[in-house]
Design a protein around this ligand. Structure first.
Ligand SMILES: Cc1cc2nc3c(=O)[nH]c(=O)nc-3n(C[C@H](O)[C@H](O)[C@H](O)COP(=O)(O)O)c2cc1C
Length: 199
């Protein structure tokens, strides 16, 4: 295995659970998938999380311009949500149309069904060249409507998703990942300082 491949495979151990990010800008709602989210504070009175979003995703500018987003942990039985939000762009279609959701306290879409959700107000950002790391103050939380553990399933991790996605999705997933890697490679070296001002 090439050193770069080995490094990439080892870094996969640092991916997060699969999360659905949502945003709303001027009445337009959207959602995408990320596996790069993490708790960013141990202080119960200052709850924070962070997530990396590539700049070429439609959701990026929606979040950057509004300073608000929703982040949802998903169940292992929500592969359909991962495909819908993570394989297509909201530039071309209303991806949330077929996914039951409601407006949260911050005005961002909150999925009715999820393992847990967090509504966040952006507190700071860091540029990586190809993506932005959003640091979010968690201002509201909740659990999905399926209270019954049998129907909820377990927390959906990135490792579980990669190992268990339907065989007919794999080619599409890998093609999209390769395309994103190529674009990100060109952008990654140009990191710029960004001063965040509250929206
Ligand atoms: C399992 C999985 C993990 C993903 N992780 C990320 C990620 O960490 N960051 C990111 O920017 N995009 C990630 N994506 C890709 C976006 O979800 C995808 O490009 C999506 O179509 C963007 O939608 P949008 O253009 O409507 O914002 C992931 C997709 C999948 C399926």
């Amino acid at each position: 295995m090439l050193q770069a491949d080995l490094t990439y495979q080892l870094l996969r151990n640092l991916t997060s659970p699969v999360v659905a990010l949502t945003a709303e800008r001027n009445g337009k709602e959207n959602g995408m998938i990320s596996d790069a989210a993490v708790r960013a504070s141990i202080v119960p009175s200052v709850p924070r999380l962070s997530v990396y979003v590539h700049k070429f995703n439609y959701s990026h500018d929606m979040i950057f311009e509004t300073g608000r987003f929703g982040l949802h942990l998903l169940h292992t039985n929500q592969f359909d949500v991962v495909r819908r939000l993570g394989f297509f762009s909201g530039r071309d279609q209303d991806k949330l149309a077929g996914i039951p959701h409601h407006k949260g306290k911050l005005g961002v879409p909150v999925l009715d069904e999820c393992f847990a959700h967090f509504e966040c107000s952006v507190a700071n950002v860091m540029d990586t060249g190809s993506s932005t790391l959003f640091l979010g103050d968690v201002v509201a939380v909740g659990r999905g409507s399926a209270a019954d553990l049998d129907t909820r399933g377990e927390l959906l991790t990135a490792t579980y998703f990669r190992a268990n996605m339907p065989a007919e999705w794999r080619g599409e997933y890998e093609t999209k990942l390769k395309e994103a890697q190529q674009v990100a490679a060109e952008m990654s070296r140009h990191i710029k300082p960004v001063v965040w001002s509250k929206r």
